[in-house]
Design a protein around this ligand. Structure first.
Ligand code: DGL
Length: 268
């Protein structure tokens, strides 16, 4: 791939939940061009094996690179947990060393630690929790912090089917296990939509919701990396593609990102 002045910011997610974080990028950094890819054909990643998540993520990253993305953010917590390290250390240096791939786990951990938390709770999909990536990254920065990880697999299906009453019931139940934490990481693309429920249940806990700070984190990253920033195109264009599109996905996409025009592509 040739680096030219038409390079986009790629955002990858297993589905449409990543639109929530994309909104925070677009709100903070509206002048750049974005290409969003949601692998709706293969979701949910949270219930897949590590091998499957890695294989799907590699194919997605190849697609974004072929479509002129210079900087790629893996918005999916499950894919960030399982695939990011391999991509950064092995795949990208060989396949496209000029491309940068970032995830959501480390910036989220930094945000939780900045709240001077002594005990940090993490809720996420089964696969993310099984990877223990949040605990590992928290301990790397501060080994004295206690980490309480909890898989909360019911939330994604409840949110995807628009059943927020059910999501609230689960939030109440899971909140009971997190009353002792200082901060609670909402470690999944969909969970910013649950923040209001946890606020009610855990009023004294800092809720670490990626939609609140990832736009600012990306802005700071671009400030620190003028060599990337300078080749990004700035026409304010947004393209959204998914690997499977149907009526349901179109409706979910419209709810999460008004004015969206989304199309299906066939490669995964
Ligand atoms: N995007 C996933 C995540 O953030 C949630 C949906 C899925 O399981 O695919 O972990």
């Amino acid at each position: 791939m040739k680096v030219h002045e038409k390079m986009k910011i790629g955002v990858f997610d297993s589905g449409l939940g990543g639109l929530i974080i994309t909104k925070s990028f677009v709100k903070r950094l509206g002048k750049y061009d974005y290409l969003y890819l949601g692998d709706t054909k293969n979701l949910p990643y949270g219930e897949k094996s590590a091998r499957e998540v890695l294989d799907y993520t590699i194919e997605a990253i190849k697609f974004l690179i072929k479509n002129d993305c210079k900087l790629i953010i893996i918005a999916c917590n499950t894919a960030s947990s399982i695939a990011l390290r391999y991509l950064q250390r092995v795949f990208i240096p060989d396949y496209a060393p000029e491309v940068k791939v970032l995830g959501v786990v480390v910036p989220t951990v930094e945000e939780a630690i900045a709240c001077s938390s002594k005990t940090i709770g993490v809720i996420a999909t089964n696969s993310t929790i099984q990877s223990h990536i949040y605990e590992v990254e928290i301990k790397k920065i501060n080994p004295t912090v206690d980490v309480k990880e909890l898989a909360t697999p019911e939330f994604v299906p409840a949110i995807e089917s628009n059943d927020f009453a059910l999501a609230e019931t689960y939030a109440k139940q899971y909140a009971r296990e997190m009353t002792e934490v200082d901060s609670l990481i909402l470690g999944c693309t969909h969970y910013p939509l649950l923040k209001k429920f946890f606020e009610k249940e855990l009023p004294n806990v800092h809720l670490i919701s990626q939609a609140d700070f990832m736009g600012e984190k990306l802005a700071k990253y671009l400030n620190r990396h003028p060599e990337i920033e300078s080749v990004l195109s700035k026409a304010g264009k947004r393209e959204f593609v998914v690997t499977k599109l149907n009526q349901h996905y179109s409706e979910v996409a419209k709810k999460l990102f008004e004015e969206i025009s989304i199309k299906e592509i066939n490669f995964l």
